[in-house]
Design a binder for this molecule. Structure first.
Ligand code: SAM
Length: 389
């Protein structure tokens, strides 16, 4: 085996590494390694002690992503073992669905790799140049280990730009039909793995969709509905569910999914949620259940203040719109807004709407999206279920 390149940390980098965080930033390196990027490297501390092996990026601010803290041989057997562990874990925690996340970056020991499973079809996102280099081996591993119907690269995520990787979508194995039918609990959905948002569905919300169903009643409003994953779970026990989203294709798919499930009480509205909620309050409308699941308003720390205003506004209006005893399911997927901070935004929104409320459930991402304890960035999704009194 050829000797791996070595990368030395500064004393400050070493102290940061001791916290367990698997990422090291460029200024944590004692010297530029002079590598093109995408290499597996041995990481040494400032006193030349071996710390582990990491994936190196020449472009991103995140220079190193730790892969292992041992002197393992990183070969096919190494990756095979990690894949088997990821599959075994999903067998334990995923029930009653055929759409779930199978590999979730560092939390599964695959930095820069996301793999979603949709009824036998795989959607793969490669987010690091080292994984891009390994792609032929990974595809081989997936075809032999999982016997999928197809594998599609969803490499259109903009974070690839930070690594200097091109954006592309391509089916690289098998045949992918235009739409794949999946099941979440009792709900059937058609998913476009090539063109839809994310890799097809917002799978991180999977268990929250099911949790929401327990509160279904009367008139429901699903804001930022996408293709209706919350609405479809609410609809069987509601008189009507109004879905609001700015994406016409997502709403069209929601209608198709409603028909697939024999539901005729979904009402899609193409609108900006901010405008919709403002008008609904002005018109004196009321709802028994409201879901708020916006995109990340705070994608960076700089956007935090504006994001807080946005979250406050939609939550305040939702409290104004709820009937007594009404339920609010409110989410934030902004990593830059912590759970206590989001709770504070929701609290002040309720106060400003003059609505006492009680917190019924504090939830996060589904268990197939485990957060790595040392990587707070992976603890991004918050979902509170509250009752307005
Ligand atoms: C996080 S996704 C929602 C996921 C969905 N609730 C689910 O569980 O599958 C956010 C959605 O908000 C929509 N969106 C973004 N900004 C919007 C806005 N200002 N008004 C309405 N919809 C918006 C996007 O099209 C996207 O479908």
């Amino acid at each position: 085996m050829p000797q791996l390149p070595e990368v030395r940390l500064t004393a400050k980098g070493w102290r940061w590494q001791r916290t367990g965080h698997p990422w090291l930033y460029r200024d944590d390196l004692a010297a530029a390694p002079g590598l093109p990027g995408g290499e597996l490297v041995r990481v040494l501390d400032h006193q030349d002690r071996f710390l582990g092996q990491a994936l190196y990026s020449a472009k991103s601010r995140i220079a190193l992503r730790f892969l292992t803290y041992a002197d393992d041989v990183v070969d096919r057997g190494f990756w095979e073992q990690r894949l088997q562990r990821a599959v075994a874990y999903r067998r334990q925690v995923v029930a009653d669905t055929d759409a779930y996340r199978l590999i979730y970056v560092e939390a599964d020991g695959f930095p820069g790799l996301v793999l979603d499973h949709y009824a036998g079809h795989l959607a793969l996102q490669v987010l690091h140049p080292a994984m891009e280099r390994l792609l032929p081996d990974i595809i081989d591993l997936l075809t032999t280990g999982l016997s999928p119907c197809s594998i599609t690269l969803r490499n259109d995520a903009e974070v690839r730009n930070l690594e200097g990787l091109p954006l592309e979508v391509a089916t690289v194995w098998g045949e992918l039909p235009p739409l794949v039918e999946v099941r979440q609990g009792g709900v059937r959905q058609l998913v476009d793995l090539r063109g839809a948002q994310k890799t097809g569905l917002f799978l991180d919300q999977r268990e929250n969709h099911l949790a929401a169903a327990a509160y279904a009643k009367g008139e429901a409003l699903d804001c930022f509905a996408y293709q209706g994953s919350f609405a479809l779970h609410l609809a069987p026990r509601c008189q009507r569910v109004t879905l609001v989203d700015s994406s016409a294709p997502a709403l069209a798919r929601a209608e198709e999914n409603a028909r697939l499930n024999g539901l005729d009480n979904l009402e899609p509205v193409k609108a900006n949620v901010f405008n919709f909620l403002k008008k609904a309050v002005a018109e004196g409308q009321h709802f028994d259940v409201i879901v708020l699941d916006p995109p990340a308003f705070a994608k960076s720390r700089r956007e935090r203040e504006a994001a807080i205003k946005g979250y406050h506004e939609i939550n305040r209006r939702a409290f104004q719109l709820l009937n007594p005893g009404g339920v609010l399911i409110t989410c934030s997927c902004s990593y830059n807004l912590s759970e206590p901070d989001f709770l504070e935004v929701v609290r002040s929104a309720a106060a400003d709407a003059h609505r006492p409320a009680r917190l019924i459930e504090r939830r996060g991402a589904a268990r197939d999206h485990p957060a790595l304890l040392a990587l707070p960035e992976s603890l991004y999704l918050k979902c509170f279920i509250l009752e307005a009194l």
